[in-house]
Design a protein around this ligand. Sequence first.
Ligand SMILES: [Zn+2]
Length: 173
Amino acid sequence: MTLRKILIHPDPRLKKVAQPVASVNDDMRRLADDMLETMYDAPGIGLAAPQIAVMDRMLVMDCAKEDDATPEPMVLINPEVVWTSEERNVYEEGCLSIPEQYAEVERPAEVEVSWMDLDGKTRRERFDGLWATCVQHEIDHLDGKLFIDYLRPLKRQMITRKMQKLKREMARG
Ligand SMILES: [Zn+2]
């Protein structure tokens, strides 16, 4: 397994729509392992392939986040939201591509998602709570959308400027 470099906003690759995956092969399984390792190392609860500059519709997540919780790594390929609840939920979201910036985002409280797993099987599951927020946030990444796109322009610009500054500092080392 290899730790991958996570792209930091603003980056044109984070604004692109990722391509559907045709079939699961060993490269995809290796990519999933790398993504999970990168996510746990960060640490984070979700990571989408475009965040490591791979433009495939694939994401990993694990929202079993209490310290003594058993890890529940999930790998979703070509995920699609097939149902959303009318009830909505507000969560303070963050993103590994927008480090240390958090803001409240409102989304459907429950979603049903279908996807292909690493065995190439189609799966369908309903998510609620943090899992629902996380899966919607990660699927957004596959469509080139970030959580700050839900915020008011002023707040979004403020965060983007902070990230530009952070990237300049990182480039200087
Ligand atoms: Zn994110």
